[in-house]
Ligand binder design. Structure first.
Ligand code: PLP
Length: 298
């Protein structure tokens, strides 16, 4: 297992495009990794700027509120990527300690295409940058070191094509210095990066690692490394473009304009006049059991 962990860290460095010595695995969903980034980098009472394009980016803001940060939401107009100049103005004006942003917003199918410029603006004001790359990692470029990102998080089941429930997080050296310099005690125990570091770097016990999940992540990362990032990015783009063109050829329209469109999750507008009722397909199976079972057809 120790050997597997070493290889997972090594391969994650390649996939995140980073040389950081602070890659950690998380026994939990993508949200747990997001919460780990927030809990470790956001000090209660500090200022956080959350760039919001939809559900997942709003959740990052909510997590920051839960650790009692003073959160400012920059709500990006529907269907648009965050503009670096606007984000830079907010940073200069409000001087947040941490900025949260998603690379791909699954709920609105918008891609924040200017992460490098946004991270650079944050760096000028000593603001740490957390990027949610759950649905984008390994499907498109995300250069943690070159772009100056302080925490990249990803879940297993989206861009990585692995299983849910096991996630990865990478902290930059700058982020790690901040974590080490904190004198307050973290409210989370499982998500405490300093405790997780004991397992991931010092072969000590934190909690029992999800062995089968880590083996699955190892295999997913191995496949990315074998394919290589460049080839994988091209494959994803080609497949997505083919899907998009196919959808348009059917007479349907796509939700986001090409300039801000996320390619790993494609949003299709509902045709006029079509209503979707989530519950209409459900049925109740009345049984003679003491506790009736409600089944949803799949
Ligand atoms: C799915 C998703 C998450 C959450 O992942 P879970 O494994 O469901 O917790 C977070 N961010 C983005 C952008 C996602 O698409």
């Amino acid at each position: 297992m120790a050997q597997i962990i070493e290889q997972v860290k090594l391969m994650t460095r390649y996939v995140f495009q980073t040389e950081t010595g602070h890659i950690l695995g998380v026994a939990g969903p993508g949200f747990a990794a997001m919460e780990m980034a927030v809990a470790n980098l956001v000090v209660p009472g500090s200022k956080v700027l959350s760039v919001c394009n939809g559900f997942f980016s709003n959740r990052l803001a909510e997590m920051a509120e839960r650790v009692e940060a003073n959160v400012l939401r920059l709500v990006v107009e529907e269907g648009q990527s965050a503009e670096p100049e606007v984000v830079a103005d907010y940073i200069a004006q409000h001087q947040p300690q941490v900025l949260t942003i998603v690379q791909g917003e699954t709920s609105s199918t918008v891609c924040n295409t200017n992460l490098a410029a946004i991270a650079a603006a944050a760096k000028e004001h000593d603001c740490l940058v957390i990027v949610d790359a759950v649905c984008t990692l390994s499907t498109m470029e995300c250069d943690m070191d070159e772009w100056g990102i302080d925490a990249v998080i990803t879940g297993g089941q989206k861009g990585l094509s692995c299983i849910p429930g096991v996630s990865l997080i990478g902290f930059s050296n700058r982020a790690w210095q901040h974590i080490e310099s904190r004198s307050d005690q973290l409210r989370h125990w499982c998500l405490d990066a300093k405790l997780a570091d004991q397992f991931w770097y010092k072969k000590a016990y934190h909690y029992t690692a999800p062995v089968s999940g880590i083996l699955a992540i190892h295999e997913a990362l191995r496949l990315v490394c074998t394919e290589t990032l460049k080839v994988r990015f091209d494959r994803h783009l080609r497949s997505s473009k083919a899907l998009q063109e196919g959808i348009e050829a059917m007479g349907l329209s796509l939700h986001v304009k090409p300039i801000a469109r996320l390619n790993s999750v494609v949003g299709i507008n509902l045709p006029m006049g079509l209503k979707v009722n989530n519950y209409s397909a459900r049925c109740l199976i009345a049984t003679k059991l003491k506790y009736p079972v409600r089944l949803v057809p799949i």
